[in-house]
Design a protein. Structure first.
Length: 134
């Protein structure tokens, strides 16, 4: 009985630790900034390497203006742990990072913004999400 329990616990711990090893422990992107070589694997073909372009996201600027679908424009000031958002109607809103240890998702109550490269997905409570590009 004790041996079965020990085996189950060992299997569970191995699965948990292997899953944790696959998750990055910091918020750094996994993509390399340099070009990686691609090797031809065809039988009889000479081994040649061709560069593969890897796109890395530029850091979010301190202040950026986004053009939104539907003709609106928003201005986002990135304060690091929060965003200061100026809407097209002139209202200002501060959104904290959510969760606090990252720099792409911000939100409070029913409003949220997700920044991905040059795009921002703006979600307001009760309205359809809008994609904005800088």
């Amino acid at each position: 009985m004790a041996l079965r329990r020990a085996c189950r616990i060992t299997l569970a711990l191995v699965a948990l630790l292997s899953t944790a090893a696959c998750v990055p422990q910091n918020n750094a992107p996994k993509a390399a900034s340099a070009a990686a070589p691609a090797v031809s694997m065809a039988p009889g073909a000479p081994v040649t390497a061709a560069p593969i372009a890897v796109e890395t996201a530029a850091p979010q600027p301190r202040t950026a203006t986004y053009n939104c679908a539907g003709g609106g424009r928003i201005t986002i000031e990135n304060l690091g742990t929060s965003l200061h958002v100026l809407s097209p109607d002139g209202t200002a809103e501060d959104l904290p990072a959510s969760p606090a240890n990252q720099n792409s998702r911000y939100g409070a109550a029913h409003d949220a913004i997700v920044i991905d490269g040059r795009e921002a997905l703006v979600m307001k409570g009760g309205k359809t999400p809008v994609t904005c590009k800088r």
